[in-house]
Design a protein around this ligand. Structure first.
Ligand code: AMP
Ligand code: GLY
Length: 423
């Protein structure tokens, strides 16, 4: 079959790398793709929210399956766009419809969903410009730190955690009254601070059945020891060593099952990946957030551990037969270290030539913000390349990734040297 992957990050290179291994895949396209996807697929320079151009491509290349990487097209309704058009409505799209993508598109929607289905999460209230005074009062009733979340998509920057009550009130005003995140902060969710260690759980669903992929933990802060600004993710480890069978069982019973049941009860059309951001509070899992896609860089450690033919799994998701699939998971650990442009997540330079990728033999280099230019691979984003390795232990895998990174070079390259430090 002919397959189209939407996106251009390390996640999408990993999807393409895995799909290209399948004997079921005839032609593989990635829009817009990067220098890594170009090695295993044909890149097509179309943006992920340019639905009309995506439709033309799908018809022109006789695509049989579309896999959506990032959240933006899902929240904007790419799946619904296909279903509404007679010429492409028969082509399966992996990714939820717009109504279900609101789980990521609106924090308030997600909190209401969790409350309705008794899924453990932090206590919260939400506020608007009109109720900002009530918001100040609610903040006064909480203990620090204060967690403020812009309701809508804010490119991963919409969550602010502050220790000082006056700063928290000023932040609330800035979000609601001064529209700090534009329309994304028309509403703000204020929630109870949960103290614990984070991990992520990834679930595949066809809307009725589900399968749980391996857990992963990512490292979101730019600085060592989890300090400094938030990023998209600086590295990841799978499996998560502290996620014992007993704890995984709690996640499945208390969170995964009611989530999938909730989709059915609320009639939220969901064929795709559910990324559940969790925090372990004491011995219990609580949900921090839902994402309606795979994580990046978590995909770079989760998919390399999946031994199944990914196309078979995607077909089962599309046809509602996920119950016929048994996931086969590599017992080895996988780790990935994200190499980024100096300055990221603030301003950084692009267009730096990356050398040494071909010398990496013991790891898999998944390209992210990297593009081909005049036959060379150059940086084109903040997160540039993610180096994944396997090991009998996560420590062994991490060591391999660092040894591979020693072979890599570009001007002002940076990476965290402490991935896994807290495990
Ligand atoms: P989110 O965008 O919702 O994933 O939030 C970004 C980060 O903020 C999370 O990865 C957590 O580290 C942190 N966070 C969000 N909500 C809470 C909470 N209720 N308590 C503690 N930390 C939180
Ligand atoms: N690594 C976190 C995310 O993909 O949202």
């Amino acid at each position: 079959m002919n397959i189209l992957v939407l996106g251009s990050g390390g996640r999408e290179h990993t999807f393409a790398w895995k799909i290209a291994q399948s004997p079921l895949c005839n032609a593989l396209y990635v829009a817009p793709g990067n220098s890594g996807t170009a090695e295993v697929a044909t890149n097509v320079n179309i943006g992920v929210t340019d639905f009309e151009s995506i439709k033309e491509l799908v018809l022109d290349k006789q695509i049989d399956l579309v896999v959506v990487g990032p959240e933006d097209p899902l929240v904007q309704g790419v799946h619904d766009f296909f279903l509404k058009d007679d010429t492409i409505k028969h082509i399966p799209v992996i990714g939820p419809q717009k109504a279900a993508a609101e789980l990521e598109g609106s924090k308030e929607f997600a909190k209401e969903f969790m409350y309705r289905h008794k899924i453990p999460t932090a206590a919260y209230e939400s506020f608007t410009k009109e109720t900002v005074e009530a918001g100040y009062e609610f903040l006064e009733s909480l203990n620090p730190p204060y967690v403020l979340k812009a309701d809508g998509l804010a490119a991963g920057k919409g969550v602010v955690i502050l220790n000082d009550i006056d700063e928290a009130k000023a932040e609330l005003k800035s979000m609601l009254v001064d529209a700090k995140f534009g329309s994304a902060s028309t509403k703000v969710v204020i929630e109870e601070f949960l103290d614990g260690i984070e991990l992520s759980c990834f679930v595949l669903t066809d809307g009725k059945n589900y399968k749980i992929l391996p857990t992963a933990k990512d490292y979101k802060r730019i600085g060592e020891g989890d300090t400094g600004l938030n990023t998209g993710g600086m590295g990841a480890v799978s499996p998560v060593p502290f996620a014992t069978d007993e704890f995984l069982n709690k996640i499945e019973e208390r969170i995964v099952k009611p989530t999938i049941e909730g989709f059915k009860k609320d009639r939220l059309p969901y064929v795709g990946f559910v990324f559940i951001g969790l925090i372990k509070v004491g011995d219990d899992p609580k949900v921090i957030e839902y994402n309606v896609r795979m994580g990046d860089p978590e995909t770079e450690v989760v998919f390399p551990r999946l031994k199944n033919d990914l196309v078979e799994v995607l077909q089962a998701m599309a046809s509602g037969t996920l119950d016929t699939i048994d996931l086969d998971i590599d017992h080895r650990a996988a780790t990935t270290i994200m190499v980024v442009s100096g300055g990221y997540p603030e301003a950084y330079e692009k267009g730096k030539e990356i050398t040494g990728i071909a010398n990496i033999k013991d790891s898999i280099p998944f390209h992210a913000g990297a593009q081909l230019q005049d036959g060379k691979v150059v940086t084109s984003g903040g997160r540039v390349i993610s180096i994944t390795s396997y090991g009998e232990t996560y420590q062994e895998a991490i060591k391999k990734s660092y040894q591979s990174i020693d072979k890599l070079n570009f001007d002002k390259m940076y990476y965290r040297k402490d991935i896994g430090f807290d495990l």
